[in-house]
Design a protein around this ligand. Structure first.
Ligand SMILES: Nc1ncnc2c1ncn2[C@@H]1O[C@H](COP(=O)(O)OP(=O)(O)OP(=O)(O)O)[C@@H](O)[C@H]1O
Ligand SMILES: [Mg+2]
Length: 209
């Protein structure tokens, strides 16, 4: 549940020392100028907290655009967060699939020409990628911070290293298995097989049988 909440999950990641893009949040429109300043000015990205599959993620190139989009969202009582735009990611992000503290597969998703969002649902395409040590460490740390054994960690490649934008607690298998040609589901099943007895014992201890 924590990972499904964009704001809460970013707070948890920041607290755990996972690098994320500069992000700000406020409930009231009087904070708009301050919000823009907090993330270092424009261009910036505005995200609907309840958005998904790239819908509700808006790139505002100028301060005037940022203000009017934010005012529109606030007018609809929508919860938004504002984020520094990582231009050097060039419309791509990385999905690292973590199982039991290890990256078992990773792909780079590239958005279509002229699109900054890399979501496969927005026409983006995924290809296998080998992560460097920092990227692997960031993915593992992010999954751990949210207490997830299975996680899809999304990162942007920035000038200051990998920045985590999102951790998915029920990541899809099709895209990553197609891109990497790896049996990711098999890794999850292996984990369950190896741990089912210990978990069973813990449950029994809890209910006192
Ligand atoms: N700060 C940013 N700078 C540059 N590009 C970004 C930034 N944040 C997001 N993006 C791009 O936009 C895409 C969508 O953003 P994000 O993953 O945050 O929302 P979403 O995909 O709508 O949410 P969900 O993954 O929960 O469905 C990302 O995959 C990435 O390519
Ligand atoms: Mg996403």
């Amino acid at each position: 549940m924590r990972s499904r909440d964009k704001l809460r999950s970013l707070q948890i990641l920041a607290r755990a020392g996972v690098d994320i893009p500069r992000t700000a949040f406020a409930k009231h429109p009087r904070d708009i100028n301050h919000l823009i300043k907090q993330v270092g000015g424009t261009p910036l990205v505005i995200k609907l907290l309840e958005g998904t599959q790239g819908l509700g993620v808006v790139l505002a190139e100028t301060k005037a655009a940022a203000k009017s989009v934010m005012e529109a969202f606030y007018g609809l009582n929508a919860n938004i967060l504002v984020q520094e735009f990582i231009a050097e990611a060039k419309g791509a992000d990385i999905r690292a699939f973590v199982v039991d503290g290890q990256v078992v597969g990773a792909m780079k998703r590239q958005g279509i020409e002229g699109e900054f969002r890399s979501n496969l649902h927005r026409g983006g395409s995924g290809t296998a990628i080998k992560l460097n040590r920092n990227e692997k460490a960031a993915a593992v740390k992010a999954a751990k911070a949210l207490g997830l054994v299975v996680a899809g960690v999304d990162m942007l490649q920035s000038e200051r290293g990998p920045l985590v934008i999102e951790v998915n607690s029920s990541p899809g298998l099709e895209g990553i298995e197609n891109a990497t040609q790896k049996d990711i589901a098999g890794k999850i099943i292996e984990y369950i097989q190896d741990h089912i007895h210990t978990n069973d014992r813990k449950v029994k201890d809890k209910v006192g049988v």
